[in-house]
Design a protein around this ligand. Structure first.
Ligand SMILES: CC(C)(COP(=O)(O)OP(=O)(O)OC[C@H]1O[C@@H](n2cnc3c(N)ncnc32)[C@H](O)[C@@H]1OP(=O)(O)O)[C@@H](O)C(=O)NCCC(=O)NCCS
Length: 218
């Protein structure tokens, strides 16, 4: 399979069942998205819900879900539930939301390591540029951290990944995709034992329209 076997496009209702199935595989400890939840995301912000389609089979094999947030209304260590209005995306703010919040990105395991997360992130980056937003923000899971958490602080772990001294299955991929780390936070997801319930807030700032300095994340 090469990248030419795939197309990045917007999510459609016909994708909902297949996306729920991928979610069940990549997040075995989480309740997978239901078609009703995906329909809510689609209704709220259709142009922010991307899929990678495997063209020969016509099925979605990866997703990147986003919404626009007015980040000043939140705290840097707010959980996924808070930032997504309990997964509904009802807090999407198409007028004042100058931050594209990356609520989720995942790729079916048999299609990982083909550059699909990278291609999906490039699509969200284009949306930020087209809509003249300030930045993309997300929180990266740290699935390599749980096994070393007894001996290494989350700060040390994240610094090591950023410096290339360690590799994390998720954060390292995000670093290669052009994100930078703001800081590690605890309790972002409810059940993420692989990450010892830690995550790293990450961002990509739009060089053409960055936030005013007083609203920069640091
Ligand atoms: C994190 C995740 C989305 C990455 O998806 P992916 O499509 O495999 O990502 P990419 O292919 O763009 O990049 C992954 C790696 O493949 C490499 N790669 C990219 N294209 C490649 C190719 N053609 N051949 C071989 N390797 C390639 C990248 O350099 C990258 O290397 P790294 O892991 O050493 O950094 C995926 O692992 C996943 O779904 N994980 C489970 C869900 C999850 O935790 N999501 C993150 C929530 S924050």
């Amino acid at each position: 399979m090469t990248l030419s076997d795939y197309a990045i496009r917007l999510m459609q209702p016909a994708d909902f069942v297949a996306i729920g199935e991928i979610c069940r595989i990549v997040y075995p400890t989480e309740t997978p998205y239901t078609p009703e939840e995906l329909a809510e995301h689609h209704a709220v912000f259709p142009q922010g819900q991307f899929v990678a389609e495997h063209v020969p089979s016509g099925v979605p094999v990866g997703v990147h879900f986003t919404l626009r947030l007015r980040l000043i209304d939140y705290h840097i260590d707010d959980s996924w539930d808070v930032l997504t209005a309990r997964g509904t995306f009802a807090d999407h703010d198409p007028v004042h939301g100058k931050t594209l919040y990356g609520a989720d990105v995942f790729v079916r395991p048999d299609h990982q390591h083909h550059g699909l997360a990278h291609a999906l992130t490039d699509a969200t980056r284009r949306l930020v540029i087209d809509e003249e937003l300030w930045r993309m923000v997300g929180a990266s899971r740290l699935p390599g951290y749980g096994s070393v958490a007894a001996n290494v602080t989350a700060d040390e772990y994240v610094s090591d990944v950023v410096a290339g001294r360690r590799t994390d299955p998720v954060l390292s991929a995000h670093m290669k995709d052009g994100w930078s780390v703001v800081r590690p936070i605890h309790g972002y997801l409810q059940h993420d034992p692989e990450s010892a319930n830690w995550a790293a807030v990450i961002q990509w700032v739009n060089p053409a329209s960055p936030p005013p300095p007083e609203l920069a994340l640091r």
